[in-house]
Ligand binder design. Structure first.
Ligand SMILES: O=C(O)c1cccc(C(=O)CC[C@H]2O[C@@H](n3cnc4c(=O)[nH]cnc43)[C@H](O)[C@@H]2O)c1
Length: 231
């Protein structure tokens, strides 16, 4: 199988590179042969714009069997503490729209886009490929994607009231949007580095989140593709 593993930043993917460098054969720049699979590493940048540009440019050249997006995320859910790892089932562009005084109107309520125009389903970007996993062994969650990390009580309350998200990232919806359009099976795997709350960077657990993320990822890659229903 030909698998791409992408991340917004080098920091989020470096533990995988170190592991592959010691446990597999390097076949090119950021390319590894691992237990019969080709694994390619791609760093796609922070935010939706960089993610769409880098992914689309690469997918125009070739299509892998699977693409993973890995990285950090904020948690809206008290049950998803820093260090938890999740798979994202659906995503929403939560800050694409207009402010109307204290309210936020997304592109669907503004009438700029139909909520069911492909690849949206009622405004969500849903991953149809998750059901191919026999046993995910991580919580499956609803994510929102924003270009400014939520850091005030008013913004957080507004996003919760509109979308009831469990996690927040800056790239997830862009990843789902491109993969749905390009018809490539995909999976978004995130580790919680912080609660979404009025900003307090001292509480972020980036090292712990990265350790959990890469433990789960290594476990998956060792079991791949036995844990997939090959439809
Ligand atoms: O403020 C800093 O000094 C700082 C240092 C390292 C990383 C950051 C980030 O903001 C990481 C953003 C990165 O991680 C994802 N992420 C993590 N937590 C959240 C969140 O609460 N809301 C949205 N995105 C989050 C995001 O996908 C970025 O790629 C800051």
């Amino acid at each position: 199988m030909h698998i791409w593993v992408t991340a917004p930043t080098a920091m989020e993917i470096q533990p995988l590179i170190s592991w592959l460098e010691s446990d597999s054969q390097q076949t090119g720049q950021q390319k590894y042969r691992f237990r019969g699979h080709d694994i390619v590493i791609k760093i796609t940048g922070v935010g939706a714009v960089a993610t769409v540009f880098h992914l689309t440019r690469e997918l125009e050249k070739e299509k892998p069997d699977w693409i993973l997006q890995i990285g950090l995320a904020g948690s809206y859910d008290v049950k998803l503490a820093p260090g938890s790892v999740v798979a994202v089932e659906r995503e929403r562009l939560a800050d694409l729209g207009a402010e109307d005084h204290d309210c936020f109107l997304d592109i669907f309520s503004l009438g700029l886009e139909s909520p069911d125009a492909f690849p949206f389903e009622q405004g969500w970007l849903v991953n149809p490929y998750l059901k191919r996993f026999r046993n995910l062994a991580v919580p499956v969650v609803k994510g929102v994607t924003v270009q400014t990390v939520s850091g005030s009580a008013a913004t957080i309350a507004r996003r919760v009231a509109l979308y009831q998200p469990q996690i927040e990232t800056m790239e997830g919806a862009a990843f789902h949007y491109v993969c749905l359009h390009m018809q490539v099976p995909f999976m978004q795997l995130r580790a919680i580095s912080n609660y979404v709350e009025p900003r307090d960077k001292s509480k972020w657990k980036i090292a712990e989140a990265l350790a959990s993320l890469h433990q789960t990822l290594q476990h998956w890659l060792l079991a791949w593709p036995e844990q997939l229903q090959m439809l």
